[in-house]
Design a protein around this ligand. Structure first.
Ligand code: TXA
Ligand code: MG
Length: 351
């Protein structure tokens, strides 16, 4: 299959590109497009066969449900029935935005889209190109991250091409995304609502609006016997090819220990990568250092995380050592993805 790749500028929305993407989606094809979190791989969510193609292109396990993307509140009731009051309050505050909510589904949503579940995950993205494509494609677009299953999510159209060129109909290139980690997932079918995946909309933000919000325990204390409630969270997602280890504790001790480990592996002939910050940029004496952002503003760290993991893959890196981050705000999403990428290999250094 030849993949059409078209660049588009959100400021001067090119109607022809949007119409072409919309036509492909309405005809049951696959179109990758930017959202504010990561690039999504879209298909008509109400067409079981179209949704099925997503699983084939990504190599995604068929029990892993898809998020249905909508562009307006009116669309919501067709796929979810009545909306609980709290969900309405949350939607008014955080939609469009980096938040997915889970509801009971109506018959309009095929089980092929929800991985056999009787619930449906819905998100209204805050990205002009995404919203235009959703509308042009019929209003209900299933879109997982546009990566091959198991690889880091794509934050640029080039990442999408690396993984999916030749396997999908079209990539709409709208430049680099803004946030860089996937949406927060909030299960509204339970009381209190439960966070199944941390993202840019944080627990604190949700609680200040609707009171108590719980967090899926498997996110906090990984336990191989308990399955996470979001089926996708059980897979070793976001994984670089290299062995990634996170070092936490006093920052100057972390730097010292990373230098020691990097020297040890380099001496054995391995290629070593280091993930640090602008605060520590001058402190590493060996290995391939990449600056992930600044500790003054952790949104910069979220924005660079997946791109850096991909860069280390293409460099053929064997071992990656990373500094760790706070778990406040967007930090909880960063650490969740970083820990999964590391297969939970964490070293705590003491003073
Ligand atoms: O930011 C995002 O959410 C991006 C962009 C493209 O919108 N999409 C995304 O989709 O991250 P995906 O498929 O990579 O991740 C969806 C996650 C999976 O872990 C899946 O198991 C979970 O959402 N999920 C979807 N429907 C669910 C449901 N009904 N119940 C529980 N978990 C669900
Ligand atoms: Mg994904």
């Amino acid at each position: 299959m030849k993949t059409i790749i078209e660049r588009i500028d959100a400021e001067q929305m090119n109607r022809e590109t949007i119409e072409k993407a919309g036509r492909i989606l309405r005809d049951g094809g696959l179109v990758a497009f930017p959202t504010e979190t990561v690039y999504g791989l879209g298909a008509d969510a109400l067409n079981e066969q179209a949704a099925g193609k997503i699983y084939a292109a990504k190599g995604r396990p068929s029990d892993n449900p898809l998020i249905v993307h909508v562009a307006d509140m009116e669309s919501l009731t067709r796929i979810t029935g009545t909306i609980p009051e709290k969900a309405g309050m949350i939607a008014r505050e955080f939609w469009p935005g980096p938040l997915t909510m889970i509801f009971r589904k109506t018959r309009a949503v095929p089980f092929g889209t929800t991985g056999g579940l009787d619930t449906v995950a819905v998100r209204m993205p805050d990205h002009a190109i995404a919203r235009e494509i959703i509308r042009a494609g019929g209003g209900f677009i299933a879109a997982p991250s546009a990566n091959t299953s198991g690889r880091p999510s794509p934050t640029t159209a080039q990442h999408v091409e690396e993984d999916l060129a030749g396997k999908i109909d079209m990539v709409v290139d709208g430049g680099a995304v803004e946030i860089g980690v996937e949406s927060t997932i909030l299960d509204m079918t339970v009381e209190p609502p439960m966070i199944l995946r941390p993202g840019a909309v944080t627990r604190e933000m949700l609680e200040s609006l609707v009171g108590k919000v719980s967090v899926d325990k498997t996110l906090i204390e990984p336990d191989s016997r308990k399955a996470p409630k979001a089926p996708g969270m059980k897979y070793r997602h976001y994984a670089p090819k290299a062995d990634l280890t996170i070092l936490e504790g006093d920052l100057s001790r972390v730097v010292e220990e990373i230098n020691r480990l990097a020297a040890e592996k380099t001496a054995k002939g391995y290629k070593v990568g280091i993930i640090g910050t602008s605060e520590t940029a001058g402190s590493y004496s060996i290995g391939n250092f990449k600056c992930i952002g600044t500790r003054q503003d952790e949104t910069s760290v979220a924005g660079n995380l997946y791109g850096i993991l991909r860069d280390f893959d293409s460099d053929g890196t064997d071992y990656i050592y990373s500094e760790s981050f706070s778990t406040c705000g967007i930090g909880s999403a960063i650490m969740n993805r970083l820990q999964k990428a590391a297969g939970h290999r964490i070293i705590h250094v003491d003073k």
